[in-house]
Design a protein around this ligand. Structure first.
Ligand SMILES: NC(=O)c1ccc[n+]([C@@H]2O[C@H](COP(=O)([O-])OP(=O)(O)OC[C@H]3O[C@@H](n4cnc5c(N)ncnc54)[C@H](OP(=O)(O)O)[C@@H]3O)[C@@H](O)[C@H]2O)c1
Length: 513
């Protein structure tokens, strides 16, 4: 059953597991503070942070204040003074079932204190799992056993809107491969309905990612060309200039670029570029199309994956360590800091069109972008001119997601003056200067969507499982895992990635600005 999202966010208690951690302090609380500052949070809403560190509400607020001052879009002392009254803290080990009676009591007390109890004496609850992924299944089971998920609004036929709801937001990673993802999804399914489950991908909260669908389907002229007849290939790149540093030990060395970026974020961006038109802009219709698309990508053998992928690892410089010298790296894991893969989709629209995805650390520039490369015109009426006129590049559309948000279309034009001379020029749309508005940290609007019951920008379990099905052959290919190239920090990755993109058409090249 799909519950229609409410237009305005409803009162609720947000229970954050992992409240003393980095994500809560750096992203979640600053995002909630910004929403409150903008008057976008419901008046009756509070946050209950849960982690093991002993802290009073006051100490928790002090800690969050540091994060808000540093990471919120702007800081206003008076706004903070009113916002911080919404913040509360409960110390406890959330994998231990014993704490849940106390937690449940605290949630209901806060429901009373903030006047958010609904029928049955429970408030709406939004759980947020911001803890290490190995704790997810235990916490979910404990929430279920404690009777904190009543799903009253589902079975109630009269006044269902007055019954409390319970929803859960889960941070990535959702599993480390297909098997662990299925296990996590089963654990979730035993306690929460799928439509109460919000698998967050902060990439989907980015304006320009959402703009992909608007651009494709609110305009007339992209869609007729958006297919194998006119598009040569598509590139999706997420590059960072920084290395892994201290994150190697606790996280990155067991993840790598393919898991950390391609499987989780870039496949989602690709899906928005490639899906069929949903009948309406809503969660169910968009998820359905994304799942259909992912199902069209053939499952590769590990051997086929080896020739459709390239892994790399940044080397040392005179002043900085290479990946293998970073603290906590175990060389025998063969973790990649760069991955490039080629995917195909066997459907009417995309048959024969390759999609190239790449992501790396310590690259030449920090950027996230989609490049849609069109085919050259079917005949070249300038062929008898010299090569500077005759050999012109194809049109290219670049959707820049970060750090700049904009769209650029490369077209060919005649250089003014006598004679025929051609050159490329870009039609540029700078998103913020065209439409105005404030850049909002992706987390805020996503949390607000969860409070409204809108899953449009969240992932369905079939999408996550579909993503792993596609990526696993690359992850497990012995040839890729043991054949990792070293690349120079500050470059665009291993040279073999250039051969990957040019393998079927020599003039295909990565867009390396
Ligand atoms: N940080 C980011 O930018 C980022 C970005 C994307 C996704 N994520 C994901 O978000 C999650 C949290 O990341 P993080 O960086 O915030 O991690 P973190 O800094 O290590 O925080 C983890 C939190 O979990 C708490 N915790 C550990 N064991 C617990 C237990 N048994 N019961 C209750 N609380 C417990 C810790 O506090 P105590 O020691 O006080 O219990 C701490 O507050 C991870 O899944 C991560 O993959 C993080």
């Amino acid at each position: 059953m799909n519950i229609a999202p409410s237009a305005t966010p409803e009162p609720c208690v947000i229970v954050i597991f992992g409240a003393s951690g980095d994500l809560t302090q750096r992203k979640l609380i600053p995002a909630l503070y910004d929403l409150d500052r903008q008057g976008r949070l419901p008046e009756r809403l509070c946050v209950l942070g849960v982690s093991r560190t002993a802290m009073s509400d006051e100490a928790f607020r002090e800690r969050m204040l540091e994060g808000v001052k540093k990471f919120a879009a702007s800081f206003d002392k008076a706004k903070w003074d009113s916002f911080c009254k919404r913040l509360h803290y409960h110390a406890g080990d959330s994998i231990s079932p014993e704490i849940y009676a106390g937690l449940s009591k605290r949630i209901n007390e806060l429901g009373t204190q903030h006047n958010i109890l609904r029928a049955g004496g429970m408030p709406n609850i939004l759980f947020y799992l911001s803890v290490s992924p190995n704790l997810y299944e235990g916490i979910i089971a404990n929430i279920g056993q404690a009777g904190l998920v009543a799903e009253g609004h589902r079975w109630c036929t009269v006044n269902a809107e007055k019954m409390p709801w319970q929803r859960i937001i889960i941070e990535k990673p959702f599993g480390t491969d297909l098997r662990t993802t299925i296990s996590l999804n089963q654990a979730l399914g035993r306690v929460f309905e799928e439509d109460a489950t919000y698998r967050i991908d902060h990439y989907l909260g980015k304006e320009l990612v959402q703009n992909i669908l608007v651009m494709r389907f609110a305009n007339t002229f992209f869609e007729p060309m958006w297919n194998r007849q006119y598009i040569d290939h598509v590139q999706v790149t997420a590059a960072e200039t920084v290395g892994v540093g201290s994150r190697a030990a606790n996280f990155y060395d067991t993840a790598g670029a393919l898991r950390d970026m391609i499987q989780s974020h870039l496949l989602q961006v690709l899906a928005l570029v490639a899906i069929e038109p949903p009948s309406v802009f809503d969660a169910a219709a968009i998820m359905r199309e994304k799942i259909k698309l992912l199902n069209c990508s053939p499952t590769l053998s590990e051997q086929a994956a080896a020739s459709a992928g390239v892994f790399g690892r940044y080397g040392p410089t005179a002043s900085e360590p290479g990946y293998l010298q970073e603290t906590g790296v175990d060389a025998s894991r063969n973790t990649e800091t760069y991955a490039a893969i080629k995917l195909m989709f066997d459907n009417w629209r995309w048959a024969g069109v390759p999609f190239f995805l790449r992501s790396g650390k310590k690259m030449a520039a920090k950027l996230t972008e989609v490049v849609v490369q069109f085919k050259k015109p079917p005949t070249n009426m300038f062929r008898h001119f010299d090569s500077a006129v005759a050999d012109r590049p194809a049109n290219r559309l670049i959707i820049s997601i970060a750090p700049r948000e904009g769209i650029s279309l490369r077209i060919e034009g005649k250089v003014p003056g006598s004679g025929i001379k051609l050159a490329s020029a870009n039609l540029e749309l700078d998103y913020l200067s065209a439409f105005g508005g404030e850049v909002i940290e992706a987390y805020g609007p996503l949390i607000l969507d969860a409070i409204r019951g809108d899953r449009t920008l969240y992932k369905h379990r079939d999408e996550v499982e579909g993503g792993w099905r596609i990526c696993e052959p690359f992850l497990h290919s012995p040839a890729l895992r043991t054949g990792i190239d070293t690349y120079t920090p500050g470059s665009w990755g291993p040279n073999r990635a250039d051969s990957l993109i040019a393998a079927d058409a020599p003039d295909r090249q990565w867009h390396n600005p």
